[in-house]
Design a binder for this molecule. Structure first.
Ligand code: GRF
Length: 201
């Protein structure tokens, strides 16, 4: 299976996918990595792994529609079976999301439906939550609102700061994102009637 990964930053989740692929455990290949930030370190990770890279910069387009149209053109040039958002920090238009419906995944650093959007770790700490985590979900038009496929939980300990919690969650992200991607590549996972369907579970 052909996977295109979209990033905006460090790309540690991308790295987890690349490592899994190079170990022959992903059931697919990361054919291209596209960033909306030219300085994203994830682009370097992609180059080191031999994947194609592209930058679609926010500032080069007059509006969201134009940006998304350019992004879609580049993605579709790689004929992906799956588009994986991995720290891609940009809201996508409904038309874009519909185009990849059922074949676009995202990883979000919270136990959805809690804490959609930004600053999830800070919000979990401030709420006094004893647990927190990450979710892999299909992308739908509702931001961070698509059907959840798999979650990982971590504790929040007394006195933890945002960075400690973020690091603890990130370790789990690196475990669950490749796993769900593999399920998708193996044809064991799909979205049907707006729900996640997982074979044999
Ligand atoms: C991750 O926490 C991801 O869940 C969130 O942004 C962060 C990206 O980290 N959406 P990285 O770029 O994969 O290291």
């Amino acid at each position: 299976k052909r996977i295109v990964v979209l990033i905006s930053g460090s790309g540690s989740n991308l790295q987890a996918l690349l490592d899994c692929a190079s170990a022959g455990q992903l059931g697919g290949e990361v054919v291209a990595v596209i960033s909306n930030k030219a300085e994203a370190y994830g682009l370097e990770r992609a180059r080191l792994a031999g994947a194609a890279t592209a930058v679609v910069a926010n500032g080069d387009y007059p509006d969201r529609e134009a940006f998304d149209a350019a992004l879609m053109d580049i993605i579709d040039g790689y004929q992906p079976d799956l588009v994986a958002l991995a720290g891609f920090m940009r809201i996508l238009t409904p038309g874009f999301v519909r185009h990849y419906q059922g074949r676009m995944l995202n990883i979000h650093p919270s136990l959805l439906p809690k804490y959609q959007g930004l600053h999830t770790h800070r919000r979990a700490i401030e709420a006094g939550d004893g647990e927190h985590g990450a979710s892999v979900h299909f992308v739908t038009e509702e931001l961070d609102g698509g059907p959840v496929i798999l979650q990982a939980r971590v504790p929040i300990f007394e006195g933890d700061d945002e960075a400690q919690v973020a690091a603890r969650v990130l370790v789990q992200e690196h475990a669950i994102y490749p796993l769900v991607t593999r399920w998708f590549c193996e044809g064991r996972l799909a979205m049907q009637d707006g729900k996640a369907w997982l074979d044999g579970h």
